[in-house]
Structures are given as structure tokens and as C-alpha cells.
Design a binder for this molecule. Sequence first.
Ligand code: ADP
Ligand code: ASP
Ligand code: MG
Length: 439
Amino acid sequence: MKTSALKFGGSSLADAAQFRKVASIVKAHEGRVFTVASAPGKRNKQDTKVTDMLYACYDLAVAGKDYSDQLLAIRKRFEDIAAELGVQFDAEGEFAVIASHLASGPRRDYMASRGEYLNSKLLAQYLGYDFIDPATCVFFNADGTLDANKTNDTLGAVLAKKDKAVVAGFYGTGADGNIKTFSRGGSDVTGAIVARAAKADVYENWTDVSGMLSADPRIVTSPRPIREISYKELRELSYMGASVMHEDAVFPVMIAGIPINIRNTNRPEDDGTWIVPHRKADPESSEIVTGIAGMKGFSSIRIEKAMLNNEVGFAARLLEIIASAGVSFEHVPSSIDSMSVIVDSEDFRAARSQIMESIQERLSPDALIVDTGIALIAVVGIGMVYRRGVAAKVFSALAQADVNIRMIDQGSSEINIIVGIDEDDYEKAVNVLYQAFFS
Ligand code: ADP
Ligand code: ASP
Ligand code: MG
């Protein structure tokens, strides 16, 4: 029998009606053995995710303010689901533990994790499966990264003893013994870890769209769904803002060669997207670009210096200055007498004066120019490998729409062209690029 690990996102488990859909999906195949659950998400556009409510409650507590209404509102989200489904739920006991934590030096990650913890317990009850608390089997290193080997061994041993179970997403135990979460959207990572540890044949990631779309549906109207995409293409797109799956969720399944199937909880009849280990570039295929993604919020630090290309170690010194200010860089486009570094504006803001002073001091540039308000757009596709004219098509589409290109970077992976443009042009640019490659 083929087995799957499933992960359901917040909108898939936002209320009792969604729980019913999830149960019918899980029970539809005997091989759907392990399920990872997120905290309840938004029930409608105006609603608030339980994770955000938990962060708000924590913020009030550390500020010494009254958080009782906020805590009550969180409790009500779970009580409503339990009552409507007729599931046993010890709200009194569970929230007494949380209240006592809040009263005595609350920790942010612990609070955030309670959304997944309680929702997964509820789902386990409703399905009649065991509940697995990842505090006992998902581990982080001291530097905050996942301890992949220890987690895989421990979780693998726990899962091997179970037929069916629900595992809470998003958190585990840190090197200091306290609860620690992944970054936002991290239940996707837990799902991938469970798929690997269970040696599942498929990782089914259930969300509120019928798979990965070829562009952000909030910008392009009804973008075409992607039927199949490689891990590598997915990484490029999710890193650049195609937020349907956490960009780190690829690693655990990549190690094990397990395909990911992104599906829609509200339309289980749709096939969704298959994310596979490898895709061959097919010179005959009409599909050149797989997807387009992007993000606002970047700045460029441009250095001009005559004969810069003759100066050995110039780039290394520049990047070292940026790294020692604790800022990571996105791109380093360069030409014969100039070099730019593209960085996240928010990270840069905090370290700006330190970086600017060091550059002046150590690199003696002819000119040092900072540009803010840059958006990056990535055009990604394995089909670009053997194809000429893809970059030309990108540039002419943007030129015709009167979008000024401020940076160009053809990713070293050869499956990626990245352009930097003004933030104000972002939505227009995504739309014209979509039209250029998909219609
Ligand atoms: P979940 O709560 O199930 O984890 P997320 O909200 O994290 O779901 O991710 C799904 C959302 O990602 C979609 O509702 C959609 O708005 C957004 N999204 C952004 N870019 C894309 C894309 N290229 N394809 C699909 N969805 C995208
Ligand atoms: N509930 C967490 C969040 O909102 C994790 C997740 O949804 O994957 O970020
Ligand atoms: Mg998500």
C-alpha cells in the first residue's frame, strides 16, 4: 500500500466545517497515515489567525497589560470547533496551563506553538487517532536550525509504533530544552519532516488553492495552475515570494526523494501540483516559464570605482562588510567599474551607517549610492535552459509597459531571470510578464 503524510494549513482547519472536510480527505484512503495540522487560520477575509492572536496575547503579557480578553477569544476559537464537532476538549485544563505560563515569564515561541498543539489534539480526537507532540521528537540545534538527523531518528521511531496519528506542526524543542517554532508558515516543514521520517510515498500539502499557481493570485487574475514543477524551481519561486509553501519544506523530502502534491481542501477533486525531484528541460515543449514570483522591500547599495575589475578581492571585501553587519545579500550584479549588492531594506536600515562607513573606509569608492524601494521579480523555468530569447522577451514586455528595469540577474542555476524594478511598478510588471509567457 502506498502511504502519504498529509499537512493541512490554517484555512483548512479554521472551523468545524473545515474539520469535516479534512476528516473526509484523511479517511478517503487507507494509506493516508500521518497528518500534520496547523493552528486555526482565517475563517473569512476579516478574521485573524489564531497564531497572530497568540502573538498579540504574548505581546500584551510582556508589556504588563491585561491579556484576559485576548486569551478568552483564543479559547473560544477552540471551544467552538470542539462543541460543533461533539469532540471532548478540556478547555479548562488546557487554558489553565497557558494562563499559568503567561503569568510567570512567558516565552514567545511557546505561546505561538499552542495554536498547533491544541488544534492537532482536537483533530486527533475527531479522527480517533493518536496525538503526537513534536516537543518530544522534533529538535533544533543551538543555532536555531533543524537538527535533521536527531529529529529523523526520534520521530521515525515514534511513528514506526503507530498506525495512524496526528502530529502538531510548526514547533519542536530547542537546544535549551524550551519549545521553539520554525519561522512563519513552518507547519509545511513539519509535514515534510514527517513524510521523510515515515518513509511515506507522497507528501500531500493541503491548502486553500488548487496547487501552485504560475503567479500570485492576489496580483494576476486566475493564473494558470502548475501541473508539475521540480524541487529546484519550487525553491526559487517560494524563496521569491510564492508563499504557498515554506521554502525550507523542500529539504527533508528532497533527501528522501519524496514527491510533494499540493492540493485544495475545498476542491479535493482537483489534481493540484506535483513537485518532483527532477524535471528534464524539453527543447520541444512550448512551456518555457514555469512560474513568476516576486517581492517588494529591497535596496541596492551601488559602488562605482574605476578599474574595479582589476582589484583582487574587492567583491569579497564588500560582501564581508555586509556580512559582518549581520545583513545577508540577495544578488550581486556587477559590471566593469561598478558593483551593486541587493539587500532586504528592513535588515539594511538597522545596519546602514555601519555598512556605509566601512565601505568608505575600506574600499574608497568613487561613488557610493543607495537606492531604496526596489521590487524583485523572478521568472523561473527549467524550459529556459535550451531556449534563446527568454531574457529579451522579459525586457521587451517590461519596456512596452513602460517599466524601468533597475537590475538584471540571470541566476547561476540557469532556470531563473531576476529583474529589479521600482516598487510602484510591481503589480503592473508581474501582470505584463504573466501575459508575455502564459497567454
Ligand atoms: P496554508 O494556511 O494552507 O499554509 P498559505 O496561506 O500559507 O496556506 O498559502 C496559500 C496561499 O498562498 C494562497 O491562498 C495564495 O493566496 C498564496 N499564494 C501566493 N503565491 C502563490 C502561488 N504562486 N500559487 C499559489 N498560491 C499562492
Ligand atoms: N500557524 C503558523 C503560522 O501562522 C504556522 C503555519 O501556519 O504553518 O505561521
Ligand atoms: Mg502556509
